[in-house]
Ligand binder design. Structure first.
Ligand SMILES: [Zn+2]
Length: 305
């Protein structure tokens, strides 16, 4: 069934688990994630960025996700990091059940004003809204306390923002960052800050930049020639702490990309005589399915559908 993210996330926050939100760009990623969700009986959020929409075309993406939602687990169709209102409108017109408006790089007032506008537009269509306050940056990049306070989410500001905008979920910055190179030194999330935010903000909290950069998948990709150097993600332990303290949606893109790449490289290298794209993409799909299942176990969403 196609549902809103609100419908999936409110019970998740109350029961202290998180719903995985996977970025999907093509049929292979989508099918791997859905196969995992059905197997694990996990609700799932399928999200597309503006970039994914440019790549695949929104009609294709929306149609595929609508088919996925006809299965046996609840599915939300979500726009990830909508920055341009034209994409928000496009997503809502194409039946997305949820949109993110990301005004995190804007000054507070401008972010709040635009978020309110998006909330009005989305709620009129029965869709829910994720907003963001604070700027994602690896904690290691922020040397001083003043710098951390300037970039990471301020709990009082988050509370004011949530109340003022009427958004349904709130993405916060507590030290994660996007991509495969999240931490230079020791990995670290500001869980204390998250606790203070969660005390004031009763909405489901969203964690971006939360991939783990799993060591075995990274090793496999590197074995087949990928050069990933010091790629490093968020520790499972930190993810568990975050979920216990109010995080109800965890975004995963990098880990699927890594799995796709590892499987692709393995197939191309090990099957030199094969030219059937379906065969060449099989290892990628198997690995992505495995990664998605591991996330569902880690987040506690397995068995909740
Ligand atoms: Zn993000």
């Amino acid at each position: 069934m196609l549902v809103t993210t609100k419908k999936l996330l409110v019970p998740a926050r109350a029961k202290k688990y998180a719903v995985p939100a996977f970025n999907v760009n093509n049929l292979e990623i989508l099918k791997a994630v859905m196969s995992a969700a059905e197997k694990m009986r996990s609700p799932v959020i399928l999200q597309t960025t503006e970039g994914a929409i440019d790549y695949a075309g929104i009609e294709y993406l929306a149609a595929m996700i609508r088919v996925a939602a006809k299965g046996t687990v609840p599915v939300a169709m979500h726009l990830d990091h909508g920055k341009d209102l034209s994409y928000i409108k496009l997503a809502l017109a194409n039946g997305y059940s949820s949109v993110m408006f990301d005004g995190s790089s804007l000054p507070y007032r401008k972010n709040a004003t635009l978020t309110k506008r998006v909330v009005k537009m989305a709620h009129a269509k029965g869709a829910s809204v994720e907003a963001e306050i604070g700027a994602l940056a690896g904690i290691e990049d922020l040397v001083s306390v003043e710098e951390k306070d300037a970039k990471l989410t301020d709990p009082d500001e988050a509370a004011q923002f949530a109340k003022e905008t009427g958004c349904d979920a709130l993405a916060v910055a507590i030290g994660t960052s996007h991509g495969a190179f999240k931490f230079k030194g020791k990995t670290h999330l500001d869980i204390e800050r998250l606790r203070r935010i969660a005390k004031l903000v009763k909405l489901p909290i969203v964690l971006h930049g939360a991939s783990g950069v799993m060591e075995d998948v990274k090793k496999l990709a590197e074995h087949y020639g990928a050069k990933l150097g010091a790629a490093r993600g968020v520790l499972d332990l930190d993810i568990r702490h975050a979920i216990r303290n109010g995080v109800a949606k965890v975004n995963i893109d990098t880990d699927l990309r890594l799995a796709f790449t590892a499987g692709m490289r393995e197939a191309v290298s090990d099957l030199p005589k094969v030219i059937d794209p379906r065969k060449l993409m099989e290892p990628s799909m198997t690995l992505m399915r495995e990664v998605a299942m591991r996330k569902m176990k880690l987040f506690g969403s397995a068995g909740r559908a």
